[in-house]
Design a protein around this ligand. Structure first.
Ligand code: AMP
Length: 390
């Protein structure tokens, strides 16, 4: 993969696609970690005397009222504070006003362009990778750096559109993300995969891609119940993904030594945090009960399998993490991983959010930030944002 260091960027006008899709409430940034994540690439461009033009999306733009809510200007302000340097802002995504601002830029000036998805309001030009828009943005710079991992699985005008037109590479953030995830292509063994979360349907691609590489797949969360059902075990009112029972049956049949299912479950009668739960062996679940977490015997079993692991990939929490009662085992297993220094990749989305809440995110080998992008990478799919740079 061509990285920023492979490009000659000295004294050039550099376009950088960042991921400034941060949580914002009442125009205030709630978590600025994504903005901080962009600093390494920006600073490298400053060292190289570049004129720096930043692009990013924020939220979704479907109607007029989405515009104000997803205005990127607060990001420019926060960037200024972090860089201790003026950051210019263009309220327009194209046109004379933007072009005049760019013409007046000097070396080491930084300009942030308004939310790329403002272009979605009419004809979804950004999200549908409108050719003319990609070529226009590309015409504003000399080279392009894509540093937005979260959208790398999408072909948008602000990534694929630009990189199809000018010399391009990935920035430090994407490089770091790919370096960590690449460990999964040639894993050290034992390689243990932990899968949790809600639905089997969302994880089929990941399971199919990883089942041949992994030594064991430990299954918890809501998805475990479809596997248990596939073994004719009564699961009561627990989450069931009816359409995928036969997928689970086949998997259990073909990989019986690899698929490890819960042996006990925390059950209750209603989907609430307010009632007490009981731990039950899986064959004792009653018709009016639902499982909201794995049980303590399963936690010990999972720890046993992890004991000598050389590489661990974890996607999806083991229980209903949003309820304090049912996050205990996810937190404990995260703690076990950290205490035993197990080389672990947290594969995006809810498990990274869980690790952040529990204070373990910065203690694991890698917490992949990509959500959908990470999942598609784990499924072995080609990612358009990367392909267009290759
Ligand atoms: P995912 O996005 O697939 O990683 O799924 C995360 C979601 O799975 C979270 O919202 C959890 O509440 C949910 N989840 C985990 N365990 C269970 C369970 N036993 N029953 C229902 N939902 C669950």
């Amino acid at each position: 993969m061509k990285t920023i260091k492979d490009l000659n960027i000295k004294d050039k006008k550099v376009l950088i696609r960042c991921d400034f899709n941060v949580p914002i409430k009442d125009h205030k940034i709630i978590d600025d970690s994504r903005i901080k994540g962009a600093l390494q690439t920006i600073n490298y461009c400053l060292e190289n005397n570049c004129k720096i033009i930043l692009l990013s999306h924020l939220g979704r733009i479907k109607e007029e009222s989405d515009l104000i809510k997803n205005d990127l200007e607060p990001i420019a302000k926060r960037l200024e504070e972090l860089l201790e340097k003026k950051v210019y802002f263009s309220k327009k995504t194209r046109g004379v006003e933007l072009e005049t601002l760019i013409e007046s830029m000097k070396a080491k000036d930084i300009l942030l362009i308004q939310n790329t998805r403002y272009e979605d309001l009419e004809g979804k030009k950004e999200s549908k990778n409108d050719k003319e828009l990609g070529a226009y943005w590309a015409s504003l710079g000399d080279v392009f750096i894509n540093d937005a991992f979260g959208t790398i699985h999408r072909a948008h005008a602000s990534n694929v559109g630009i990189s199809s037109n000018i010399d391009s590479a990935v920035g430090f953030l994407i490089e770091k993300e790919l370096n960590a995830l690449n460990a999964l292509n040639c894993p050290e063994h034992p390689f243990i995969v932990i899968l949790g979360g809600a639905k089997v349907a969302d994880k089929i691609g990941v399971i199919e891609n990883l089942v041949t590489k992994a030594d064991k797949i430990l299954i918890g969360g809501g998805m475990a119940f479809t596997f248990l059902k596939a073994k004719n075990i009564e699961i009561g009112k627990s989450l069931l993904d009816e359409e995928n029972i036969s997928f689970c049956q086949n998997l259990i049949k073909n990989y019986s030594n690899k698929i490890i299912l819960p042996i006990d479950i925390a059950v209750t009668n209603n989907f609430t945090n307010d009632e007490n739960y009981r731990e039950k062996n899986i064959e004792d679940i009653e018709l009016d009960e639902m499982g909201l977490d794995i049980g303590s015997k399963t936690l010990s079993l999972f720890k046993d399998y992890l004991k000598n692991a050389k590489l661990v990939l974890w996607n999806g929490p083991l229980g209903v993490y949003e309820f304090t009662k049912y996050r205990k085992n996810t937190d404990e297993l995260l703690k076990y991983i950290v205490d035993n220094n197990l080389k672990t990749i947290l594969g995006g989305g809810d498990i990274v959010a869980s690790a952040t809440t529990a204070g373990f995110k910065d203690k694991v080998y890698h917490a992949s930030t990509g959500g959908g992008a990470t999942l598609e990478y784990l499924e072995g799919k080609k990612l358009p944002g990367l392909e267009s740079i290759k």
